[in-house]
Design a protein around this ligand. Structure first.
Ligand code: BGC
Length: 349
């Protein structure tokens, strides 16, 4: 009798342990299933919440499933898919339709992507100042989308086109891109890239670091070396916090040259340090081209650089004015045409 009672107790104990194990796994395991509620109104709220999380994911993230939400883990420090040095060539004729076919299938409208199986630490807006460079943009999109995907970046591409044919102002376009991107999503990192700059190594990460980052360390045009120590152009990345601290770019560099040296000054004044990848990983191939129309070298710009220290607090994000003329969403990018209010009678000579 006593033996029977003991067997029963042992069986009961075993059952309890089994239940406890199942309970613990459902809490800590990689898959957490939460059933949608029965009540119709509550069910609607539940799915709204899941959809909202999909767009604004905080770690741990949520992936949409048909009936349940799956918890995603943070993306690994070292992304597993990187391949290192890349072969890049610009001889192939690449139309936008063709690039869309090649790389567009996993993108959301607006050139938006987030890794499907992990949550990126940063939300990155990639800003490309633009005018008349359609062919370059096709090459850039063809190469950069797959690289950014392999880097597991949560990103969107913003092409900021200067409206009209007035004198070009690249820095003001980049400020406008920053402001427009922030209207859409709470980005915490901004990469500003020339449209003709393609990296030659996918280990050059398009994300932000403790110090503002200069990514284009070795450009083929400069024999893969820095032309001067403080150069800070081509492709740079700043966190929102860093960009705010320096008041963004100056709005007053019209025509070619100097705007990147001005932001270099701002960084040195307000933040002191910059970071760079090593010279092998930081290699770039630039698309050769003639000087753009309405973007002549401005001989006044180098002189303005002596004034950065006096002007940067009032010339930048806090004095930015522009008018959005048009926003178009392509599968590969968001195209925003911006009137930068070119001063009448502006003369670069
Ligand atoms: C200009 C910069 C330019 C650099 C490299 C400098 O003289 O001021 O804007 O990026 O040359 O071409």
């Amino acid at each position: 009798m006593l033996q029977k009672l003991f067997k029963l107790l042992a069986f009961y104990f075993f059952l309890c342990m089994l239940c406890l194990l199942v309970f613990l796994y459902s809490k800590n395991g990689s898959l957490q299933i939460s059933e949608p509620p029965d009540d119709e109104q509550k069910k609607e709220q539940y799915f709204d919440k899941v959809a909202e999380n999909f767009w604004r994911t905080e770690a741990p993230g949520v992936r949409l499933g048909s009936t349940a939400a799956e918890v995603l883990q943070p993306c690994p420090e070292t992304t597993p898919d990187l391949v290192g040095p890349l072969h890049v060539e610009f001889e192939t004729n690449r139309t936008l339709d063709w690039v869309r076919e090649q790389v567009g299938s996993v993108l959301q409208l607006g050139g938006r992507y987030k890794p499907p199986d992990c949550v990126s630490k940063q939300k990155v807006a990639i800003i490309i100042p633009f005018r008349y460079r359609d062919e370059h943009l096709n090459h850039w999109l063809y190469y950069l989308h797959p690289i950014l995907m392999r880097q597991q970046v949560d990103y969107s591409i913003y092409v900021i086109n200067q409206y009209g044919h007035g004198v070009f102002n690249k820095a003001k376009l980049m400020n406008a891109g920053y402001a427009e991107a922030l209207k859409e999503y709470d980005y915490d990192c901004f990469v500003f890239s020339d449209v003709d700059m393609v990296p030659l190594d996918d280990r050059n990460l398009y994300r932000c670091f403790d110090s503002p980052r200069h990514l284009a360390v070795g450009v083929d045009k400069f024999n893969f070396t820095l032309p001067y120590k403080n150069i800070f152009g081509g492709v740079i990345a700043l966190s929102k916090e860093q960009f705010l601290k320096i008041n963004g770019f100056s709005n007053t560099y019209w025509g070619w040259g100097g705007e990147d040296d001005d932001i270099s000054n701002r960084v040195r004044i307000r933040i002191k340090s910059i970071s760079r990848p090593d010279s092998l990983i930081g290699r770039y191939k630039m698309i050769h081209h003639d000087r753009d129309l309405h973007n002549d070298v401005n001989p006044h710009n180098p002189y303005k650089l002596h004034e950065t220290i006096k002007t940067f607090k009032r010339d930048g994000l806090n004095s930015l004015n522009y008018t959005v003329k048009d926003i178009k969403r392509d599968k590969l990018f968001t195209f925003i045409s911006v009137d930068v209010h070119v001063p009448s009678g502006l003369n670069l000579k």
